[in-house]
Design a protein. Structure first.
Length: 413
């Protein structure tokens, strides 16, 4: 890199702090892959009303874009605002009307969506119930190249403030806060079209020894504790390390507040039930084993249609111009929104960006949970659960899917 090129690399406000991991300004990424990104997924929900808000932002430094989304699901009817702008013009964590304010890093975030053309707005304060957990660093390879090289942490929280849509306001009171979750990740994630390399110009990659068939990720708030855990299995329920974007067999923790202990989890067994014609969960039981050998029994019930994620902008066809959260949309900022009725699942959905019709069903679930602790204490809780179930999965009798067999997976945060 020449001295002239170096001088063109803009400084960011973060360069003021002694946190550099390279010898370059923070806006420089020591990898040229457009799949390198950095960002957030937040969820806020109320089981009684069936209101489920998700929002997120991701910076894609190698396409010089920051993209975001804000999606409100009310009993299956989803309105989604997609936002995008050029990144290096402005290093704030904001896009048009959407912004994050980190009141206390790793603990409290204010999320604001100012009034805009979508008819949605909110001012929500998200508070962690316990420290976030950094997952095991994950790598995956294909034909000798890293396709995933990513760090990720997760945190369970609560939310207060208000959410409004078309003049109807939902209060999130301090004395009865809504549930909250977040997933924070950065690094290389699997490449996504249209910025991914054209597969037909590359030599065929050998299939994985064991492909990932199931991802189960759970944010649980219980009586006096919170928990995050995730597990990944192959087509026959193999709980082994997988060469995949999500490949850790199992990890998780139970936390007892900010000052209490963090109890590691060592294993999970599940018996789940499914919405007919979909790979969306309706309920079931899980048994978690903690590091002391204690058994935690979770009895889960999903009362509302799960959130469908095809709208938020990670998949080609969600943005009307055929791009994604990582691409330029002809304006800075760019905004667009739409609303679809996903209250009956599965349903045929026409993606506006490419006209493709696919059967869709949700992967982000809300659940009432009855928890039986190792000491026999029974309490009520709530959870947000993400399930990707791809291809054949014999433990529940699922066969391989056709190319139009359903859009599954967030593939974000």
């Amino acid at each position: 890199m020449s001295e002239q090129d170096f001088e063109k690399m803009p400084l960011t406000p973060y360069d003021e702090y002694p946190v550099h991991a390279t010898a370059y300004p923070m806006s420089y990424i020591p990898a040229s892959d457009p799949a390198w990104d950095d960002g957030y997924y937040y969820g806020v929900y109320d089981l009684e009303s069936g209101v489920f808000l998700i929002n997120g932002m991701r910076i894609a430094p190698n396409s010089n874009m920051i993209g975001g989304h804000s999606s409100l699901n009310i009993n299956g009817v989803q309105r989604t605002l997609r936002l995008s702008r050029i990144w290096r013009d402005d290093f704030s964590v904001s896009i048009g009307p959407l912004r994050y304010e980190f009141i206390e890093p790793l603990r409290t975030t204010r999320m604001v969506l100012e009034p805009n053309e979508s008819g949605m707005s909110y001012d929500v304060t998200w508070r962690g119930l316990a420290p976030p957990h950094l997952s095991a660093h994950h790598r995956a390879t294909r034909n000798g190249r890293y396709t995933t090289d990513q760090s990720r942490f997760n945190q369970v929280g609560t939310a207060t403030g208000w959410i409004e849509i078309d003049g109807r306001r939902y209060e999130l009171p301090e004395n009865a806060p809504w549930g909250g979750v977040r997933d924070r990740s950065w690094g290389l994630y699997e490449s996504r079209p249209p910025l991914a390399a054209a597969a037909h110009y590359l030599p065929p990659a050998p299939p994985p020894a064991i492909p990932r068939a199931l991802r189960f990720s759970c944010f649980l708030e219980g009586d006096g504790f919170s928990s995050y855990f995730h597990l990944h299995e192959g087509p026959d329920g193999e709980n082994v390390y997988l060469n995949d974007a999500f490949g850790t067999p199992f990890e998780g923790w139970i936390n007892f507040g900010w000052d209490g202990p963090a109890l590691p989890l060592t294993a999970a067994k599940h018996q789940l039930t499914w919405r007919p014609g979909t790979r969306s969960m309706t309920g079931g039981t899980l048994t978690l084993t903690d590091a002391n050998g204690g058994k935690w029994l979770l009895d889960m019930h999903v009362p509302h249609p799960p959130h469908v994620l095809g709208q938020v902008g990670y998949h080609v066809g969600a943005w009307r111009d055929g791009g994604t959260i990582h691409t330029y949309h002809g304006a800075s900022p760019a905004l667009e929104w739409d609303e679809f009725d996903f209250s009956t699942q599965p349903c045929d959905h026409i993606f506006p960006g490419n006209g493709e019709t696919r059967k869709v069903f949700g992967v982000e679930h809300l659940a009432n949970v009855t928890v039986t602790a190792p000491n026999g204490k029974i309490s009520k809780g709530r959870a947000q659960i993400e399930i990707f179930l791809n291809g054949r999965y014999s433990p529940y009798g699922f066969e391989a899917q056709s190319v139009h067999g359903g859009l599954t997976g967030r593939g974000i945060a």
